[in-house]
Design a protein around this ligand. Structure first.
Ligand SMILES: [Zn+2]
Length: 174
């Protein structure tokens, strides 16, 4: 379960915050109405999500629509606080291609080659032997968006090994 608490900045006109459909418009379907009960007079609210991407999407939408901060509690990372949707390890409505064009990713990609070397971690192929090398997410971005920009989650794979892997395997070859 992924829990997000939303904290509207004080002084923000947020009179609708006590209603269960405030904040992010079109937020994830998995939001339960029970969250409204946890709100007393506070302008904070807490919601639980079944999927990480659902939580990310909700935080993204909320931060784009409100001033304030969100606290994110995930089973596989330390609690995190975000105050701007740009801080989220989530690309919102951007396409897959856009992620691989971000400056953050391109810097990280270079760091991955420096760290892990210019060869396939699986079969050892190098550009000298004709391999096209990819920087692969060991835990796929689709399931683990918070690991998308973690060097520890990257490995170098040749195109052939990477295509064989798809998103099914989470094998760390290095
Ligand atoms: Zn390979």
């Amino acid at each position: 379960m992924y829990t997000v608490s939303f904290h509207a900045a004080e002084g923000t006109d947020n009179h609708s915050s006590a209603s269960s459909n405030s904040g992010a418009k079109g937020s994830a379907k998995s939001i339960s109405k029970s969250s409204a009960k946890s709100i007393s007079k506070s302008i904070s609210k807490k919601k639980k999500y079944k999927t990480e991407s659902g939580a990310m999407k909700a935080m993204w939408n909320w931060l784009n629509a409100n001033k304030g901060s969100v606290n994110y509690f995930s089973p596989h990372s330390m609690p995190q606080t975000f105050t701007d949707s740009n801080e989220l390890p989530y690309e919102g409505t951007k396409t897959e291609t856009d992620f691989y064009r971000t400056a953050k990713w391109l810097r990280l990609r270079t760091a991955a080659f420096e760290q892990f070397g210019n060869k396939c971690a699986c079969c050892g192929a190098t550009p000298d032997t004709g391999a096209v090398l990819h920087v692969d997410h060991i835990k796929p971005r689709s399931k683990y968006p918070h690991l998308a920009l973690e060097l520890d989650n990257l490995q170098i794979l040749c195109e052939a090994c990477n295509m064989g892997k798809l998103n099914v395997s989470e094998t760390q070859w290095r």
